[in-house]
Write a protein that binds this ligand. Structure first.
Ligand code: SER
Length: 317
């Protein structure tokens, strides 16, 4: 195997922090460079401050470090995007175009681009969004991800760039915090249960959405990037399904561990975003092409989140 040199953008984000750690474990600290727009959140491997709109800075890092594998995670998520659509478009779209161009110029071996359930909207089977369902998104985040997937496919076809992508469901973990997403309630609820014994949910109790536990999301990403190129038949983005549940179902699971936990529902603007998203994805293409299989269901996720947060609190006190 030729040596891999890895670069991440958005490494300080919810997925970025955990993916950086997983890549360091797999390829060694000296082979992974983390970047983000903020100061180093505490990485031990090499870290640079990088705004994805700074194309020259990005090109320099790629070339000086002879990067082979590029993970572009930086993005403005769905809820934050609705507050400033122009900014979300600029970061998500121009950021990606900078990544695609610099990756092509530097001849990286592989590029990863995270897409999302947010690409879906009008005209889909909401109970099971197909791999090739129409993409008529309602959020600026969704529009940017749908356009982004197509740009990735274009670079693959036109320039032979080995771009790979997943449509992540809501990602749930306790070691890094999500920021600005519609699925963030499914992380917040655990912290509020343990710290305050009650939670006010910004989605309706029956808002069913596709979700995935962090370990599964990271494993899916690494498996996709490890798969031989000829197994990757889809160059827009693969549907990825972990589990699907409503806030009420998650509440019931948490109540098994904490019977006095209380919840109240006060849906806000994020409910409208959730309403436009599918309740489940059909990920059979990912299963067939590169062997995707999820390991966490709602019971295992709840147990792992709850115990994980409790243990961390015990360690701190
Ligand atoms: N978790 C993301 C969000 O809620 C969806 O990709 O914005």
């Amino acid at each position: 195997m030729t040596e891999r040199k890895i670069l991440l953008t958005g490494a300080g984000g919810q997925i970025g922090q955990i993916l950086t750690r997983a890549l360091v474990d797999k390829f060694g600290k000296e082979n992974v460079i983390a970047t983000d727009i903020s100061e180093n959140p505490g990485f031990e491997n090499t870290y640079f401050r990088l705004d994805v709109l700074d194309k020259e800075g990005m090109q320099r890092i790629l070339e000086e470090n002879k990067i082979t594998d590029f993970y572009h995670l930086a993005a403005v998520l769905s809820a934050t995007g609705e507050k400033n659509p122009a900014r979300a478009w600029e970061v998500n779209m121009n950021g990606l175009l900078n990544v695609l161009e610099t990756a092509r110029n530097s001849k990286v071996d592989r590029l990863f681009f995270p897409s999302s359930i947010a690409v879906f909207g009008e005209g889909i089977d909401r109970e099971k969004a197909g791999q090739n369902a129409v993409l008529i998104p309602h959020s600026v985040y969704g529009i940017s991800k749908a356009a982004g997937e197509n740009w990735c496919c274009y670079y693959h076809e036109k320039y032979g760039l080995d771009v790979r992508s997943l449509r992540y469901p809501g990602v749930i973990g306790y070691e890094s915090m999500p920021g600005g997403g519609t699925t963030d309630y499914a992380v917040d609820i655990f912290f509020k249960a343990i710290e305050e014994g009650r939670y006010t949910c910004f989605l309706r109790e029956d808002a069913r959405l596709p979700m995935i536990y962090m370990d599964d999301a990271i494993r899916a990403t690494l498996e996709l990037m490890d798969a031989p190129a000829d197994r990757i038949k889809i160059r827009t983005s693969y549907n990825l399904q972990g589990m699907s549940f409503t806030p009420a179902e998650l509440f019931d699971q948490i109540r098994k561990l904490q019977p006095d936990f209380k919840i109240e529902y006060r849906p806000d603007f994020r409910q409208k975003i959730a309403d436009s998203w599918p309740r489940r994805l059909d990920d059979s293409a990912a299963r067939e092409d590169w062997g995707w299989e999820q390991k966490f269901d709602i019971a295992k996720l709840t147990e792992t989140m709850y115990r994980g947060i409790k243990n961390r609190q015990l360690q701190k006190s």
